[in-house]
Design a protein around this ligand. Structure first.
Ligand code: AMP
Ligand code: GLY
Length: 428
């Protein structure tokens, strides 16, 4: 098969590495890719939101199968356009991707399917939002309703924080139009897990779980990011819990989507809070997680391409997914300033030395190759360094050994990825 992967992050580098290793892959392309992906795929310089250009490239290169990484092209209807051309593709339709793109749709779906999630109300009027928050009391969660790149969420521990968050989103418009309407949610307490299931429109099969670290600094301090590191498997998700997540959250959702005429094909990513009363949904995503993918795929023993293709063809029934019995842990190296403003174009050295550390992978998340052949940073999250090992502690030691070979003064990383699983005590 000739395959195209859409995207340019660490997630897509991990996808490309696994797909390129499949016996079913004859030729791999990536739009737009990055300097690391270029080692395993031919990169075509087309941005992920240029839907007609991507479809055109598929025709030109006679692509058989497209794997869509990020949410943006999904919400723009890339999967629909490709299917209309007769091209098989892994990723949900525009209507099905609303499960991620629209909080309102997701919450209505949960109500319909009986999926446990936080109670909530939506407000377009700031005064009404303030009254509701005063009535409910803290802790409470305030969310900008649109896509705000994961940054529109305030977990308010006090009433004042909640009122401030409403003011920021609705008055000061710090998230732009995403804050025109605000969702106020019940605070759920527990450990967070990212759970993934492959879906073929009809049924879902469990993939695996991971845990990520959203806060930018050690000890989970500082603003939220797309994810500063992750590990897999998630110790908190044993077989019984996985069955429960499938039974109470994933299966009812897939069934409801099918019944609504929006069959979900692709990977359903459930962000879960493991509360005292069981797993509850925080949010759904319509794609693989980043950096979760960089820890899940190195553990995958089954052929990824066959699994993604089976999901896309409605043929998941009876499929078993096999995993290596080791753990993986990933450390994100980001440009100083991230998740705020950061510099681009700084040179990264030492990647060759990092590559000599056994049982590690350096996935590129935001890199370019300059005219002199240097690898340079061109994003906020720049490298995803994954180590594997018999335990999460061993995987962590390998990942940091590779990180320490990389010389990039303008970058930084958290030094405590995996603390919960490794048993470090968290500073107060
Ligand atoms: P979201 O963008 O909706 O995934 O939220 C970002 C982060 O905010 C989540 O990963 C959680 O850590 C936290 N969060 C969101 N909703 C809740 C909730 N209802 N209760 C507690 N924490 C939440
Ligand atoms: N790491 C969380 C996400 O991909 O949304």
């Amino acid at each position: 098969m000739k395959i195209l992967v859409v995207g340019s992050g660490g997630r897509e580098h991990a996808l490309c590495r696994s797909i390129a290793a499949s016996p079913l892959c004859d030729k791999l392309y990536c739009t737009p890719g990055n300097a690391g992906i270029a080692a395993v795929a031919e990169c075509l310089p087309i941005a992920v939101d240029k839907i007609p250009d991507i479809v055109g490239a598929c025709r030109r290169h006679k692509i058989d199968f497209v794997v869509i990484g990020p949410e943006l092209p999904l919400t723009l209807g890339l999967a629909d356009e490709l299917r209309a051309e007769g091209i098989t593709c892994f990723g949900p339709s525009k209507l099905a991707a609303e499960i991620e793109g629209s909080k309102g749709f997701m919450k209505d779906l949960c109500a319909k399917a009986g999926v446990p999630t936080a109670t909530y109300q939506r407000f377009t009027d700031a005064d009404a939002a303030r009254s509701y928050v005063r009535l409910q009391g803290a802790p409470i969660v305030v969310k900008a309703d649109g896509l705000a790149a994961g940054k529109g969420v305030t977990v308010a521990l006090t009433l004042d924080d909640a009122l401030l968050a409403i003011d920021d989103a609705m008055g000061k418009k710090v998230f732009g139009d995403a804050g025109t309407s605000v969702v106020i949610e019940e605070f759920m307490e527990g450990e967070e897990v990212s759970f993934f299931a492959l879906c073929d429109g009809e049924i879902a099969v469990p993939f695996t779980a991971a845990q990520d670290h959203k806060a930018v600094y050690d000890d989970d301090k500082g603003p939220n990011t797309g994810g500063m590191g992750a590990y897999s498997p998630a110790p908190i998700v044993d077989d019984a819990i996985q069955d429960r997540i499938m039974r109470e959250i994933i299966n009812p959702t897939v069934k409801a989507m099918r019944e609504m005429g929006r069959p979900f094909t692709g990977v359903l990513f459930a962000g879960l809070m493991m509360t005292k009363t069981g797993p509850k949904l925080i949010e759904f995503n319509a794609r693989f997680g980043d950096p979760e993918t960089e820890v899940m795929l190195p553990r995958l023993k089954s052929d990824l391409l066959s699994l993604l293709y089976a999901a896309s063809k409605g043929m998941l029934d009876g499929i078993d997914i096999h995993w290596h019995d080791y753990a993986a842990l990933c450390v994100i190296m980001a440009a100083q300033g991230y998740p705020g403003a950061y510099k681009k174009g700084t040179v990264i050295r030492g990647l060759d030395q990092a590559a000599t550390v056994a049982d590690t992978y350096v996935f590129h998340a935001g890199t370019e190759c300059d005219a002199a052949g240097n690898i340079t940073a061109n994003g906020g999250r720049v490298l995803a360094v994954t180590g594997t090992g018999a335990t999460i502690a061993e995987a962590q030691a390998r990942a940091y050994e590779a990180v320490d070979k990389i010389s990039w003064p303008e970058g930084f990383c958290r030094r405590d990825i995996g603390w919960r699983a490794v048993g470090q005590t968290k500073a107060a």
